[in-house]
Design a protein around this ligand. Sequence first.
Ligand SMILES: O=P(O)(O)OC[C@H](O)CO
Length: 376
Amino acid sequence: MNSAGKLTSSSSELDLDRPNIEDYLPSGTTIQQEPHGKLCLRDLLNISPTLSEAAGAIVDDSFTRCFKSNPPEPWNWNVYLFPLWCCGVVVRNLILYPARLLVLTIGWMIVISFFIPVRFLLKGHDKLRKKIQRSLVEMMCSFFVASWTGVVKYHGPRPSIRPKQVFVANHTSMIDFIILEQMTAFAVIMQKHPGWVGFLQTTILESVGCIWFNRSEAKDREIVAKKLREHVQGADNNPLLIFPEGTCVNNQYTVMFKKGAFELGCTVCPVAIKYNKIFVDAFWNSRKQSFTMHLHQLMTSWAVVCDVWYLEPQTLKPGETPIEFAERVRDIIAHRAGLKKVPWDGYLKYSRPSPKLKEGKQQNYADSMLRRLEEK
Ligand SMILES: O=P(O)(O)OC[C@H](O)CO
């Protein structure tokens, strides 16, 4: 790449990474709109863009922003709205929640009472057993969606079982998987969880070909890569679903896609998921709450509203690398779901930045300084 090209790409990366300092300034004004005669924090930040960037990185950075929950806007602030809000709290917690819990329990009882006999009695009839298990998993997910009064609009053709294709979606919560699974019994690649979720993974979900791994184990990653290659070769296997961000992002941003799904030599079918935060924020902030508490939050809200788009399948273009392919698909999903792209690896949530990444950032910064000096 020539130096002009390099400067352009680092410039766009810096743009993606630019902090929202204006969010932290008094409302109604921007850095550019200075009130006359009064010296404020804004004036100080205006002295130099570098200082403004540094201050931005201290108060807020694009990585942290990807994982920030969005608390609901308060609307109970006057004398007639407050009693209405109180009624809502009572209805949601004392009427809707128990009713939804009952629906979920009944649903579970139905699924399990069919699942166990099917698993043991249809041992010699693989095709029929797989078909029934697929329907039971879809049914189980439908009960989950009903338990939060999920209002899900699906756009585009429903996925069908075809060999050598992989579905990739942006990731906000484990409920993404439930929402997609109620329509199609995907074989999903996911982090192994403890507790009841882990139990579900290793019993019911394994029956549809789901693959679990521990992202901190390098050995697990190799095994998963091998299992993935085997899975896509099987003509009868359920369609593969991967969340290439590898972690939950707050549905306003999208972090880098891991290249694993894009080097399998398969057709990649992008799926964009956008939640409407009108009643509840569907982002699962796993550092702050367990999945059980996340579900409780959804089940005590009025409804979970979201749109799902099955987008046009994509194939690797001649001369394109898997990383470029991943980036192209990320563009398509980000555009459809209205997500802002940031140049971060989501796994940084769990590990320190590598020297390579730090050097890359330093290089970008040096390039931007050089550019500014050249402009002078
Ligand atoms: O947001 P994380 O990184 O805890 O990921 C949670 C789950 O593994 C998502 O499927």
